[in-house]
Each structure stands twice: as C-alpha cells, then as structure tokens.
Design a protein around this ligand. Structure first.
Ligand SMILES: Nc1ncnc2c1ncn2[C@@H]1O[C@H](COP(=O)(O)OP(=O)(O)OP(=O)(O)O)[C@@H](O)[C@H]1O
Ligand SMILES: [Mg+2]
Length: 340
C-alpha cells in the first residue's frame, strides 16, 4: 500500500482517505448508463474514480492531452494493460485485441481491427463493465465528436456498460457534453452527478496527521493548523505540503506556501495578458462588471476594452475552473494572481 503523501493519484480503496459518501453513490450507480464526477484541480477526482474501479471489471482511460486517434487508442491500451490482471479473462478473444505478456495491443485500422464502439459492444456481451474517461473535455474534434457519438450509442443500446466521465465542471458539462445544446448527441440525457468536495478542517487535519505518521514525522501542531487553514481542504495541496516538509527539508511553512503559489503562478502565466489582468483585478477584490474589473484592466493596459471581450475572458476563466461568480475557487490561485 502506498502512503497518503504519495503524489500520484491513489488507485485502491485502502489508499484512499475518506470519500466514503462519494464511493457509496458510485457503488449504488453501477448499472446506470452515465455518471459524471466533477471537481476543481487537485481535489482528488482521479484518485476517487481509480479507487472506485478497483473491485470491478472496468478500465480507466486518461484522456488528458489526447488529440488524435493514435493517442486515443494508445491511452485505451495503456488503461487495459494496467488493469490486465483482472481484465485478461474479459478481453481475451476479442477481435483486434492482442494480449502480449503484460501489455495489450489494439488493432484499430485494417483487417481484423476493432473500433472503440465495436470493443464496447463486445464487452457489453460479456457482462457488466465500467469505462472511466478522465479529462474527456481535453479532447478536440474529430476525437471529441466521435467520443460523444460512441457515448450516446452506448447510453442507448449497451445496457451492461456504465460510463464515468470525470473532469472540471464547466468544460465537461457545457463544452464536452453540451448539456444545454440540443445539437449535442448527449443533450438531455440523465446522469448521476458526483461532486468531489473539499475536506473539512477536521478531515484535513486528520489527513495531515495520518500522512505524517506513516512517514514517521511529527510536525508541531501550529504548523499543521496553519497548513490546514492555507490549503483549504484540497488534498493535492495537502500532499504537496507533506512532501515538501518531509523530503525538501523545508520546515518553514512560509517557504512551502511560496512553492505552492509559484506552481499556481506558472499555470496562470500561460494565460493571455488580458486574462491575467482580469484575474489580478479579481484577486485584488474587484467584483462586478461595468465597473471595477473593466476599469482595473483598462487602467493597467491603457486600452479601452469592449464589454463583450471582457465577458469572453470571464467565461474562459470560469470554464478553466479558476473563478466562479468573481471568486477564486482555490485561494492559492488568488494569491498567485496578485503577482501577475
Ligand atoms: N482521498 C484521497 N486520499 C488520499 N490522497 C488523495 C485523495 N484525494 C487526492 N489525493 C492526492 O492528492 C493529489 C491530487 O489527486 P488527484 O490527482 O486524484 O486529483 P485530481 O482532481 O484528479 O487532480 P487534477 O485536476 O490535477 O487531475 C494526489 O497526490 C493524490 O494522491
Ligand atoms: Mg485528475
């Protein structure tokens, strides 16, 4: 079993801290066609879905950064390979699927090949199966369009298959699934929604205590409480904090906070100048339209900016799960944005 402060996503229920309610909802939803797992960055979506999958026949597919069909089938084969122990029996003998030692090869073009849909149809014939697609909103056409069609068909016709989509709220629901767009092939379909929530103060404290205990380290209580306050129930940051404290030899909580802020800052620096300026305005406390944010940005840049451009920027920042209703979803990013 891996320790709590292992930075990779957890993949078994024994490694997972809490998430009892979320697992219960997921367990009860087996057999339903579609489940959507939502949450902000570092909140533990991947850990939850991977650990959930442990006792079931199913595959976890990481779609982050997938652009082409080559990528798609490569990720599928990676997912099947890492679950091969339990899946060998299920996928053995399916056309186009070759088991090679510890890996799985998928022939997806030419003679004796199999498409993703064909593969799901075969699995459906063999019994209950769960397909987890993580960060599916990262895909682009034509892969994204094909995935939507495959998912819609699966939803309607393959009753043994449960699909779980996980990712950030706005991009997953609006951009990928198109829940408000009648043209989308997934429009109007019912799904179970699981929101991965923050840990409470007490849970965060327990998380840190347990993590440090596993590593044989005992930081002073005030350091733990300070970290709980600052990292605000987001397990990815708590792990980062634990690791820095233990490995980095950094015992100074101020320095560890700085590290986290720099990580967030390096992500924000990829945004355009105007997007960064809008974030800075909001971080400094600017709120509504017409008013504060626009004036802040115009003053800084010395350019007048049409309202519509600002709306577009706000929408994009919301779709990246950085802000919602003029508030930062994660305080670390607010701190980082003050330095933009
Ligand atoms: N319930 C948990 N128990 C133990 N560790 C957890 C838990 N949730 C998250 N973690 C840890 O926090 C970090 C982030 O988790 P994970 O990668 O699962 O989050 P995520 O929401 O998928 O993040 P991202 O948005 O980056 O994909 C990892 O180090 C993981 O091991
Ligand atoms: Mg993830």
């Amino acid at each position: 079993m891996r320790n709590l402060f292992d930075p990779r996503p957890k993949s078994s229920r024994s490694e997972l801290f809490d998430r009892v309610d979320e697992l219960e909802i997921l367990d009860k939803s087996i057999g339903k066609p579609l489940i959507v797992v939502l949450g902000i960055r570092r909140i533990g979506k991947t850990s939850l879905v991977k650990s959930f999958l442990e006792p079931y026949n199913g595959v976890y597919v990481d779609l982050r950064g997938v652009v082409t069909h080559v990528d798609l089938y490569e990720r599928l084969s990676e997912g099947l390979s890492s679950g091969l122990n339990k899946l060998r029996r299920v996928i053995e003998g399916i056309r186009g699927i070759k088991i090679m030692g510890f890996g799985v090869e998928i022939k997806w073009r030419g003679t004796d090949s199999i498409s993703l849909l064909g593969f799901l149809e075969e699995l459906n014939r063999r019994g209950q199966f769960i397909v987890v697609l993580d960060e599916v909103q990262d895909t682009r056409p034509p892969v994204s369009a094909e995935l939507r069609r495959v998912l819609a068909y699966t939803y309607d016709h393959l009753s043994n298959i449960t699909v779980i989509l996980s990712g950030s709220e706005v991009r997953l629901l609006s951009d990928f699934m198109g829940i408000n767009n009648p043209e989308s092939s997934l429009y109007g379909r019912y799904f179970v929604e699981v929101d991965v929530r923050r840990f409470t103060r007490d849970e965060s404290l327990d998380f840190l205590r347990l993590g440090f205990k596993q590593e044989g380290v005992e930081p002073p209580v005030d350091v733990l409480e300070d970290a709980v306050e600052f990292f605000d129930g987001i397990p990815g940051w708590l792990v980062q904090f634990g690791r820095s404290y233990i490995d980095g030899g950094v015992r100074d909580i101020g320095a560890i906070k700085e590290q986290a802020i720099s990580m967030a800052l390096s992500e924000l620096l990829r945004l355009s100048q105007r997007e960064r300026m809008v974030l800075r305005a909001i971080a400094e406390g600017a709120k509504t339209w017409g008013g504060q944010v626009r004036r802040f940005v115009e003053e800084r840049l010395g350019v007048s900016i049409p309202k519509s451009s600002l709306t577009r920027i706000i929408n994009k920042l919301e779709s990246l799960s950085i802000i919602k209703d003029y508030e930062f979803l994660d305080g670390i990013y607010r701190e980082a944005a003050k330095r933009l």
